[in-house]
Design a protein around this ligand. Structure first.
Ligand SMILES: [Fe+2]
Ligand SMILES: [Fe+2]
Length: 345
């Protein structure tokens, strides 16, 4: 009797301890961060937070209906007109975009779960919403072309897997927002300019508008992650980026036959992608207020490699290619004016 009364009196006092024991071992990112509004922001940080929040509101305002848009474009252009050879090349090239959009959806959903400041979480959530739309619309478009591509080449798979499996949020943001998305933007621009297929060209205008907003999430949130790193962690991040840039060039070699069938110059896609990656990194440097120590060296190294694999003169012999690679290492490769249109900064 006395024991049961004591148990009833003590029960409410023991509840928090039992709750704590139950939560022990649970991943911290699935719990509610009740302290997420405790941090005092400087004026500059508050302005950045407001730009991040604006990505969410802009995304909501500019969201488009993929089902309706695709139906309208098919009607406007009288369906999809492509020769068998070009159809296969579009399927091969846009298999990368299809599965890349799913990778972007998974990564942005992960960022939405784990990023803590409210404004960055809002921006990542908005991106996940956009990427879901990009994935299903690309799926529907490729089904209209014929068989849906069920896989990717090993080098392309490697690029997407590198960012999907990255072990820190900073690597995921660098991989997706500063490397893969600028390269995808370059490809979209080239396809749009080449007018390969009008339904696809018009669709890509909508993709481009969304992707530019996504780059802004990386530019605005990365400085906060990088500034909190030890020098060993920062060195680990740049070494990882080097490996990913290398893998991206290998991917371009794998995709070259599709570019050739569609009459697209791989070297120009690379130069445009490189210009967009540099622009995104310059914006990051401006936000951080200090240079990224190894960035220039990376660019020169990859310029040389680009010139070696895709020389200006495709008939150049070994000596000519070596000379071009050395020139690229010293002076860089072609200067293409570029901008990440609609970047919400
Ligand atoms: Fe996307
Ligand atoms: Fe994106």
């Amino acid at each position: 009797m006395i024991r049961s009364i004591a148990r009833r009196i003590l029960a409410p006092l023991q509840a928090p301890r039992r709750a704590r024991e139950k939560l022990r071992g649970v991943r911290p990112d699935v719990l509610l961060p009740f302290d997420m509004f405790d941090e005092a922001l400087t004026g500059a940080e508050a302005r950045k937070a407001s730009k991040l929040e604006n990505i969410y509101h802009k995304g909501q305002h500019r969201a488009w209906n993929g089902k309706e848009l695709l139906a309208q474009l098919l009607e406007r252009h009288g369906g999809i007109q492509l020769s068998d050879e070009r159809r296969a090349a579009v399927q091969g090239l846009f298999a990368v975009i299809l599965w890349g959009e799913l990778a972007a959806w998974k990564i942005s959903a992960d960022l939405a779960l784990r990023l803590e400041p409210l404004e960055a979480k809002l921006a990542a959530t908005s991106q996940a919403h956009d990427e879901a739309r990009h994935f299903y619309v690309m799926h529907d478009y490729l089904v209209l072309l014929g068989e849906l591509p069920r896989g990717l080449g090993p080098r392309t798979t490697r690029v997407l897997a590198g960012t999907l499996s990255a072990n820190t949020l900073a690597k995921k943001l660098v991989g997706m927002q500063l490397m893969i998305e600028p390269m995808a933007l370059a490809l979209f621009q080239m396809i749009r300019e080449s007018e390969i297929e009008p339904v696809l060209v018009d669709l890509l205008r909508y993709y481009e508008r969304d992707e530019a907003r996504h780059v802004a999430l990386g530019v605005l949130h990365l400085p906060r992650l990088i500034q909190g790193m030890t020098s060993a962690e920062a060195a680990g991040l740049w070494a990882w980026e080097f490996g990913e840039l290398w893998a991206q060039l290998e991917m371009m070699r794998e995709l070259t036959p599709h570019f050739e069938v569609l009459g697209l110059d791989v070297r120009r896609v690379l130069e445009l992608g490189r210009a967009k990656q540099i622009r995104a990194n310059q914006m990051l440097i401006e936000e951080m207020g200090s240079p990224i120590p190894v960035f220039d060296a990376f660019i020169r190294f990859f310029d040389a490699r680009c010139a070696w694999h895709w020389p200006d003169d495709p008939r150049a012999d070994l000596r000519g290619r070596l000379q071009e690679a050395l020139r690229a290492a010293n002076q860089g490769i072609g200067v293409i004016p570029t901008h990440l249109s609609n970047v919400a900064t």
